[in-house]
Design a protein around this ligand. Structure first.
Ligand SMILES: Cc1cc2nc3c(=O)[nH]c(=O)nc-3n(C[C@H](O)[C@H](O)[C@H](O)COP(=O)(O)OP(=O)(O)OC[C@H]3O[C@@H](n4cnc5c(N)ncnc54)[C@H](O)[C@@H]3O)c2cc1C
Length: 454
């Protein structure tokens, strides 16, 4: 039986270990911290937990619009935080049980590559062990990026690593960076009653996503009271005072730095082992996930040029393990990966948007359908937002951008259309149930195929 050693037990590493059980592989997984990685412990799960609490709070605060009067609302923050940890612990525990059931040997410690067949594990008690294997898979993930001259103390100037552990949300917060993580924090903190200012260097929130859709989300967030300072950066932070590049100063309780994530590829022996590292990321062959060394593989957030998302990490794990175990290449369709921002309302995209089409010289046709007249959205009081679908001028559907209720669920229908290169005329033949939010997709498709209904 061939041996595989995996370094890192986040979504990339643990998914690779679990999927290996479909094949004849003996797997050892090394993790220096907690199984589940960023996603389960400091990322996707705790962030979505707090977003859910925030949405619940908003629903309660607005229930009187439906004639439901709540006389006294009390939040027991200790209970709220406890449930966050219980939820994460359940998931982390579940990963441990799954790995055990699939006979993966989990080793605690810091893994580094000694040579193409040897990994050294440094344990927390200072002892070291050497593991020999046929293949090595690196999945060490990422950490929050910092800003030059601004020192993160994880007390006043914090990152997502500690923000999601708070017992009670801060009252007045400056969020630096309006990417997905920054926008999600802004949305949830606002719904929990914090005063929020978001600073972004770009001239629109969510750089890289469809500009019109992002701007619609920003307008909705602004209406809720979130302040945006676009085209602005931070000059300095002194005590509690933040000075912005436009020279304005404001005092805050907390500054949350959310300017992206840097790959964790230091001190793991990569260069010495002959693995090529580019701007901190590992260069791989995207058909096989092989690095410059044929039997050393890399997947997840450390890979150069692919999106840093948990579901991408899962997909890369499946593809890499299939190649390691069978030699079969199973490349991922990176052009049909859903991207979701879990704000209220959500924003979700797949494939090409208007700006990307222009950059790539693709002539597109597009349709859009607003949620304004969608019955289900109106019932839920969430009828602001839009579905946009993009197709090649005389060809298939190549992208979509949605801002609205449950956009993160609805995007999957559009993902299949993009992935399977459906023609608008084909896709528009399918019938959507009424009354649903997804009807807005059906309406967009009818318009895109030249015969709109409502
Ligand atoms: C606030 C926040 C919200 C997010 N929300 C979403 C979301 O909604 N959807 C989504 O798809 N993605 C989201 N992400 C991104 C997602 O968390 C990452 O893309 C995903 O965790 C990447 O998986 P990974 O396994 O590559 O890395 P990681 O999850 O970072 O795991 C790497 C693991 O390797 C371990 N490790 C590192 N070095 C070593 C070593 N030398 N030896 C042993 N172990 C080591 C680390 O301790 C860690 O456990 C979010 C991230 C953040 C911060």
């Amino acid at each position: 039986m061939k041996k595989l050693t995996i370094i890192g037990g986040g979504p990339a590493g643990y998914a690779a270990a679990l999927y290996s059980s479909n094949f004849d592989l003996e797997v050892t997984l090394i993790e220096s911290d907690t199984l589940g990685g960023t996603c389960l412990n400091r990322g996707c799960i705790p962030a979505k937990y707090w977003l859910h609490v925030a949405e619940l709070n908003h629903e309660i605060d607005t229930s009187n619009e439906y004639g439901i009067e709540i006389k006294e609302k009390k939040i027991n923050w200790a209970e709220t935080a406890k449930k966050r940890f219980d939820t994460v612990n359940k998931l982390v525990g579940g990963i441990g049980i799954l790995l055990k059931s699939k006979k993966v040997q989990v080793v605690e410690g810091w893994g580094s590559v000694k040579d193409s067949n040897t990994v050294i594990v440094k344990k927390s008690d200072g002892s070291e062990v050497e593991l020999e294997s046929d293949f090595i898979l690196i999945a060490t993930g990422s950490k929050p990026r910092s800003i030059p001259n601004i020192e993160v103390d994880e007390k006043f100037i914090i990152t997502s690593d500690t923000a999601l552990n708070w017992e009670e949300p801060p009252k007045k917060v400056c969020v630096v960076g309006a990417g997905a993580i920054g926008c999600e924090f802004a949305s949830l903190l606002n719904d929990l009653g914090s005063e929020v200012t978001v600073v972004e260097l770009d001239n629109e929130i969510l750089p890289g996503l469809d500009k019109r859709t992002s701007s619609e989300l920003r307008k909705q967030l602004s209406k809720r009271g979130i302040q945006f300072k676009l085209g602005t950066s931070i000059n300095s932070i002194n005590n509690k005072t933040v000075e912005f590049s436009d020279k304005e100063s404001q005092d805050f309780d907390t500054v949350l730095i959310a300017v992206g994530r840097a790959p964790l590829t230091e001190n793991i022996g990569l260069e010495k082992a002959g693995v090529v590292v580019n701007k901190g990321y590992v260069e791989v062959n995207l058909d096989t996930y092989q690095t410059a060394k044929d039997n050393i593989f890399a997947i997840g957030d450390i890979v150069y040029g692919t999106p840093q998302l948990a579901h991408v990490a899962f997909a890369e794990a499946i593809s890499a393990i299939t190649f390691i175990a069978t030699g079969e290449k199973k490349p991922i369709n990176y052009s049909a990966i859903p991207f979701v921002v879990y704000t209220r309302p959500e924003l979700a995209e797949v494939g090409i948007n208007a700006e990307k089409a222009k950059e790539q010289n693709i002539t597109i046709k597009q349709s859009q359908h607003s949620f304004a007249g969608v019955g289900r959205a109106l019932i839920q009081n969430q009828n602001q937002g839009v579905v946009r679908v993009y197709a090649e001028e005389a060809g298939s559907i190549i992208g979509a951008s949605v801002c609205g209720p449950a956009a993160g669920e609805m995007i999957h229908e559009l993902m299949y259309m993009v992935g399977w290169e459906a023609l608008p005329s084909e896709a528009s033949e399918f019938i959507h149930a009424h009354p649903t939010l997804s009807e807005s997709i059906g309406e967009s498709l009818l318009s895109l195929s030249g015969k709109g209904l409502h």
